[in-house]
Design a protein. Structure first.
Ligand code: FAD
Length: 442
């Protein structure tokens, strides 16, 4: 059966990647619809900061050139560099980001609020779909259930019994727990690593002016992204941001810790059985303080954790680290298809390389280019082959990102000799960098 024109594209999932893809396709002749499970763009307040690197920023601005980036980027606390410290907050390694910018303004390393970014992406799409005759839009409250490929089209069905109607391409951008992925590639596993990330966020004003933490994190031009490494299987990350909603300067303090299997099982059970958010926060605080004590972190951090109110603990983002694994030979086995994945749906990682969103944005731009090539330049019959090529390249990049993130998770939770070697490598790297700067003057 040949499809009537225009071409139709369905994107399952209106997160970072799915929305970027819809934008990248929005000024084409295709009808692009994003189907999102949430009731609206800000339904689940996943209010964490996302680090956008140079590749992610380039992809974001390519997909959405009209994005008002100043409204979503944290322009007050631009990340000016990275620091690694020991548990006592003594610097082991310091890296200053080169002052590269886009249009002389945006630094390549910066943070955005995920909620704000998603909001801005969704509202621009809605504005334009109603405003200037563009053909991309979003339908909320649509939870993908299944799909079927029939001849040269695909139909996806939603939990409410409705469906997409026949589309030329179906895209799974439904995040790390993608249902579409489990239907398409059941051989891809997504497993727990027995690593916890427990986060708290407090107003910067909570820190005294002579605070060691404040001095470690601040810089005259912005802030350092700091990770503090203990030698006992844990680390902490500190991230400053300006909350544009509350207009409060905040510091996020997240402890990462590897747990023995039985302790992780017990934590999961206690959280599951917690009667409400208050009960959950009490368990989380207990685990947080325990991690700080076991990690022998700076006394100031321990004192802070003892005085932080329960509301400081961030409960509504995933606390447990999971990672996908892509089996050997998987990319070679990929077939021509009209059903494709992007972002976390294809290569969900831990947060420890800061690459998930950046990669989802790059996938979106690459996929948009492949779709345009397939629908405009190539004969219709080659569309599945072009999608296969996209899949191969995307999964290859995904494999690297997964490796980088699990390596990061392992480095962040090393104990004993491994931890000594890691810290030694940081000191050595830092010395080399200092010598290089001294010689070259750069
Ligand atoms: C605490 C934390 C910090 C992070 N920090 C960084 C960072 O610094 N840098 C970085 O690059 N990345 C970071 N990430 C990862 C980043 O958030 C993700 O990689 C990114 O959001 C992935 O984009 P995505 O579009 O693939 O998936 P998502 O943004 O998760 O979007 C998936 C969408 O699909 C929807 N959906 C799910 N199931 C269905 C269904 N059945 N039907 C319809 N819709 C569905 C969901 O509601 C969601 O809107 C961080 C993540 C966390 C949790």
């Amino acid at each position: 059966m040949s499809l009537p024109h225009p071409k139709r594209i369905a994107i399952i999932g209106g997160g970072i990647g799915g929305l970027a893809l819809a934008h990248a396709l929005r000024n084409t002749s295709y009808i692009v619809t994003v189907y999102e499970r949430d009731a609206q763009a800000g339904a689940r307040e996943q209010g964490y900061q996302i680090g956008i690197n140079a590749d992610g920023l380039k992809a974001l601005m390519t997909a959405i050139p009209d994005l008002a980036w100043k409204d979503v980027f944290d322009v007050k606390y631009m990340t000016v560099g990275l620091k690694g410290t020991n548990a006592a907050l003594e610097t082991l390694m310091k890296f200053e980001a080169p002052p590269v910018s886009v249009d002389g303004e945006v630094p390549p390393v910066g943070t955005v609020s995920r909620v704000l970014l998603r909001h801005a992406m969704a509202s621009l799409l809605l504005q334009n779909s109603h405003g200037n005759g563009q053909t991309a839009g979003i339908l909320f409250d649509k939870t993908y259930a299944s799909h079927q490929t029939i001849g040269d089209h695909v139909v996806a069905t939603f939990e409410d019994g409705t469906d997409t109607g026949p589309v030329d391409i179906l895209i799974g951008a439904d995040g790390s727990r993608s249902r579409l992925r489990t239907h398409l590639f059941p051989q891809l596993s997504y497993s727990p690593l027995n690593i916890l990330n427990i986060g708290a966020s407090i107003p910067l004003s909570t820190l005294p002016s002579d605070s060691v933490l404040r001095a470690t994190v601040t810089s005259p031009n912005g802030a350092y992204l700091v990770r503090s490494y203990s030698k006992h299987g844990s680390s902490m990350i500190f991230l400053m941001s300006h909350n544009v909603v509350t207009r409060v300067d905040e510091i996020a303090l997240v402890v990462t810790k590897k747990l023995p299997e039985e302790e992780m099982v017990s934590f999961r059970t206690r959280i599951k059985e917690a009667a409400d958010d208050k009960a959950k926060a009490i368990i989380v605080r207990e685990e947080y303080i325990k991690a700080l004590k076991e990690g022998n972190f700076h006394q100031e951090l321990l004192d802070l954790s003892n005085t932080m109110p329960l509301e400081s603990y961030v409960l509504h983002i995933p606390m447990e680290c999971f990672s996908m694994s892509i089996p050997k030979g998987f990319t070679a086995s990929l077939q021509p298809t009209r059903v494709v994945l992007l972002g976390d749906a294809a290569h969900a990682t831990t947060t420890h390389a800061g690459l998930g969103a950046n990669t989802a944005l790059q996938d979106a731009v690459d996929l948009a280019n492949a779709i345009k090539r397939a629908l405009e330049d190539a004969a219709p019959a080659t569309l599945p082959n072009i999608m296969q090529q996209y899949h191969v390249a995307m999964f290859k990049r995904g494999e690297k990102v997964i490796k980088a993130s699990t390596f990061g998770s392992a480095a962040n939770t090393m104990a004993g000799i491994g931890a000594h070697v890691r810290d030694g490598a940081m000191i050595f790297g830092n010395t080399l960098m200092t010598v290089y700067k001294g010689i070259t003057g750069r």
